[in-house]
Design a protein around this ligand. Structure first.
Ligand SMILES: Cc1ncc(COP(=O)(O)O)c(C=O)c1O
Length: 387
């Protein structure tokens, strides 16, 4: 699915064969929270509080306060978080929404699903995040909003996008699916746009053990509206004010999130430490390009992404040596077959996104990765380039 590549490998394999580095190992996450999670899951089972129970309420309020935002609504997954946000923001068929051409498919899919017109803009050549200048060039009188993606855990230029949205009277929806804890000028993302959509898919920095999602924001009524849409459009039980759907955060998943939220600062710090080791090892190596953090940006390294003209060879070299890596994403969104006929975009109009898809490679970066594993990845990458 989407960005997810191989999710596997076991600690026992790693002990017996030092060079077998997975892209992610969720069994290590499970081990860290097992006792607390068992307790929480037992309580849910004892109380039969499976849907909209206390675990969900606890998580919504803990996540909102951790982010420093007014409100959070738990939902079924990140895609629904985007869809229901667009509905609450009033998207109408034919409305144009500007979306970066380099992201996971869901970012564009949701606009098309609701009958909106996807207008791709290119990304910045250094950060691979949406380019505010290019977004501005795509605004027309039919544009209603922009979906900004904090790609790979690195915030986009929030000030520039907010300024553009204010000047052109557009809403901003943050796709924060990859950026739990990322900061722009000392403030966590998730409260800058009118709404922010979150995914808790298992691979995320804050992931559950199944599907989960949420919407956050500082307008309580708007967030409540999203929640109501995910609860069959009810404001009061059995009074359905509008056509909604069923998209609620599952209690068992909320329990995982409650356990993992308590560890998230520590986990993000460890990701930063690993990234720092990679930065040290890769400086000046071959034609490798690393993604810089512009001033004011704190990245949470959902992915550690390198760029090379020899990406496919490098990936194969690492694989031979037992090191997993992944390509997020192998094609820009305007190449996706599902959008054919819906989107008018040519490679020449989106050169950075088009080139990035051929160059990017994501290396293992997860909190439980050991320093030996980080060293094994670093040495293999350096060896590929003869460094
Ligand atoms: C940028 C981005 N947006 C949206 C989504 C969709 O989230 P979900 O898989 O929870 O539906 C994802 C990933 O999963 C994502 O990476």
């Amino acid at each position: 699915m989407g960005e997810y590549g191989t999710v596997g490998g076991r600690p026992s394999d790693i002990q017996s064969r030092p060079v077998n580095v997975p892209i992610l190992d969720l069994t290590r996450v499970r081990q860290r929270i097992a006792t607390q999670l068992d307790e929480r899951w037992r309580r849910i089972l004892d109380q039969s509080s499976f849907v909209l129970g206390p675990e969900v309420k606890e998580f919504e309020s803990a996540f909102a306060s951790w982010l420093g935002v007014e409100a959070c609504a738990g939902l079924g997954n990140g895609t629904d978080a985007l869809i229901l946000s667009l509905r609450a923001l009033g998207l109408q068929p034919g409305d144009e929404v500007i979306v970066p051409a380099f992201s996971f498919f869901a970012t564009a899919e949701v606009v098309a699903l609701l009958g909106g017109k996807v207008v791709f803009c290119d990304v910045d050549p250094e950060t691979l995040n949406l380019s505010p200048a290019d977004a501005e060039a795509r605004v027309t009188e039919r544009t209603v909003g922009i979906i900004g993606v904090h790609l790979y855990g690195r915030p986009f230029d929030v000030d520039a996008l907010l300024d553009l949205c204010r000047r052109r009277n557009l809403w901003l929806l943050e796709d924060a699916a990859q950026a739990h804890g990322a900061e722009w000028k000392g403030k966590r993302v998730g409260g800058f746009g009118q709404l922010a959509a979150w995914s808790f898919y298992p691979t995320k920095n804050l992931g559950c053990f199944g599907d989960g999602g949420a919407v956050t924001g500082n307008d309580r009524a708007l967030v409540q509206h999203v929640f109501n849409l995910g609860n069959h459009g009810q404001s009061v039980r059995y009074t359905h004010m509008e056509i909604g759907t069923n998209s609620r955060l599952d209690s068992l998943q909320a329990a995982v999130l409650n356990c993992r939220l308590a560890l998230l600062d520590e986990d993000n710090a460890r990701r930063g430490e690993i990234a720092c080791r990679y930065h040290g090892a890769f400086a000046g190596v071959g034609d490798l390009r690393l993604i810089p953090d512009p001033p004011g940006v704190k990245t949470v390294y959902h992915q550690f992404t390198v760029r090379s003209s020899r990406r496919d060879e490098l990936m194969a070299f690492l694989k031979e040596r037992g090191i997993a890596s992944a390509v997020h994403y192998p094609s820009p969104l305007h190449h996706q077959p599902a959008l054919k006929g819906l989107v008018e975009a040519r490679d020449e109009d989106l050169p950075v996104s088009t080139a990035a898809a051929k160059e990017v490679l994501c290396l293992p970066v997860f909190p439980e990765l050991t320093n030996d594993e980080v060293a094994a990845v670093s040495e293999a990458v350096r060896a590929f380039f003869g460094a």
